[in-house]
Design a protein around this ligand. Structure first.
Ligand code: SF4
Length: 458
């Protein structure tokens, strides 16, 4: 019988914008496309249609996403839009993307793999023969093979006044603990050496299901951050892999994680988006855990686990921020010894409650304060990095050519990929020593240089 399969499977161009959470959505869609036999590419050339996964968090991201859609329409003409921007309303209350780009084929919000696939099927029908065996066990990842993001929940129960994520993504929905652990095991088995746990609020994992008991491998496991981290640590151990936690709020129950960090089962690294330190500003921001004594909590964490590295982000120039409230933030960064910090000048986001707050800070002053935060943060960070000089540290190699004979680039436990610093690895002195991407090496730190370290592999 004649084979009716097309000579070439349909090709889907893919543009992925936005945060790590959007990236995991992209991975889910790409995995499904590959499972169904579609060809995917990062270019529009010869694509039957293009999917643009957008971000709608701040105005710059909105502009970037709308431009990417415009470009895809101009170059290809057949475009499906997904992601946070797809859920936003425009000036007339209708869909913003459709308003600006009426020619798009379909628009969905975030984590809408099924709807995106429906639209793909409508506009570029499924190939006759699905090539299911071609899909790697752990799906398609956009990150290098040796690290991967693990999303444990969607949405958020908080209502921070500067943020519109809950209105786009809804309330917290925790993934089933058994599913999360099964995905983690597959990732480790497929060679992942660093697992980055992400969500909008990792410390809130399981709140929505009242920490119900789930099952993994026939064993009961509670849907709760501590139990999840214990199990992830146990799954990572035989592979010598790292587990890194992002977006953890300073709630009292986070104290329970510190023994896990001190014993090395999860990395002694916490990404805590404090955003500010002054209680009044935190109250106006409606931040989670704003009533907690953050400085005392941090000191207690460091006492329980002296290796702890804390990364945080801050907002300078939030509406109503006085000079003394701002200086409180600078003192906090110094006293809390924040290892790695990022800072945004407050930027009003369409639809955010904070826009209605009195006494906005001028754009100029916001920018000036952002620069002052970064100056203090960099000073603290540089001092803390300096203390590493002379130490021998484990480094995960991200780049190395010619087996590392010309050196390479890696990271220690103190550096998350893409947001923190790196370790520049010198060519090893011993001829027998090689460096391979995705493997660990020990390195003696010989110098600190800005945000980065320089190390000699040993
Ligand atoms: S915790 Fe606040 S900033 Fe983070 S997603 Fe929830 S509402 Fe937005």
């Amino acid at each position: 019988m004649h084979d009716t399969a097309p000579t070439h499977p349909p090709r889907v161009g893919f543009v992925s914008l936005g945060c790590p959470k959007a990236l995991t959505d992209s991975e889910a869609i790409l995995t499904r496309l590959a499972a169904e036999g579609y060809d995917t590419s990062k270019t529009f050339d010869g694509a039957d249609l293009v999917i643009v996964n957008t971000c709608g968090f701040i105005d710059d991201a909105v502009r970037e996403s709308l431009d990417a859609i415009g470009e895809a329409l101009a170059e290809n003409g057949r475009v499906i839009v997904t992601g946070c921007l797809g859920a936003r309303a425009g000036a007339d209350g209708g869909n913003l993307v459709r308003q600006v780009h009426p020619k798009v084929l379909a628009v969905t919000g975030p984590h809408a793999t099924e709807e995106v696939m429906d639209a793909v099927h409508r506009h570029a029908p499924k190939p006759h023969h699905p090539f299911i065996d071609l899909v790697p066990a752990a799906g398609i990842k956009l990150t290098p093979r040796h690290y991967a993001y693990l999303k444990i929940s969607e949405g958020c129960n908080h209502r921070c006044t500067f943020c519109i994520i809950p209105s786009m993504r809804g309330d917290l929905v925790s993934r089933r603990v058994g599913d999360v652990l099964a995905e983690a095991r597959l990732l480790f088995e497929s060679g992942v050496k660093e697992l980055l746990v992400v969500s909008q609020d990792t410390s809130a994992y399981g709140v929505d299901v009242k920490y119900r008991t789930g099952f993994f491998d026939g064993r009961p496991v509670r849907t709760r951050m501590l139990e999840l981290c214990e199990s992830l640590g146990a799954l990572a151990a035989p592979h010598g892999a790292w587990v890194r936690l992002h977006y953890v709020y300073p709630y009292p129950h986070v104290d329970e994680l510190l023994p896990l960090m001190a014993s090395g089962r999860v990395l002694p690294y916490l990404d805590v988006p404090f955003q500010h330190s002054h209680p009044e500003v935190l109250r106006r921001m409606k931040r989670p855990a704003s009533g907690e004594r953050n400085l005392e909590r941090l000191h207690a964490w460091r006492a329980a686990c002296p290796e702890l590295v804390v990364r945080s982000t801050f907002i300078a120039g939030f509406p109503g921020e006085t000079e003394s409230e701002f200086e409180h933030l600078l003192d906090f960064i110094r006293e809390a010894q924040i290892d790695r910090a990022g800072c945004f000048a407050y930027s009003p986001v369409d639809g955010a409650a904070a826009n209605a707050l009195p006494d906005p800070v001028s754009a100029e002053l916001r920018e000036e304060r952002r620069a002052r935060v970064m100056a203090v943060a960099e000073q603290v960070s540089a001092q803390r990095l300096q203390r590493r000089v002379g130490a021998t540290m484990q480094v995960l190699v991200d780049q190395a050519s010619a087996l590392g004979r010309r050196g390479g680039v890696g990271r220690t436990y103190a550096d998350a990929p893409e947001i923190d610093g790196t370790v520049r690895l010198l060519p090893p002195e011993k001829a027998s020593k090689t460096l391979k991407v995705g493997e660990f090496t020990r390195a003696r730190i010989v110098q600190a240089d800005g945000h980065d370290l320089i190390g000699l592999p040993i």
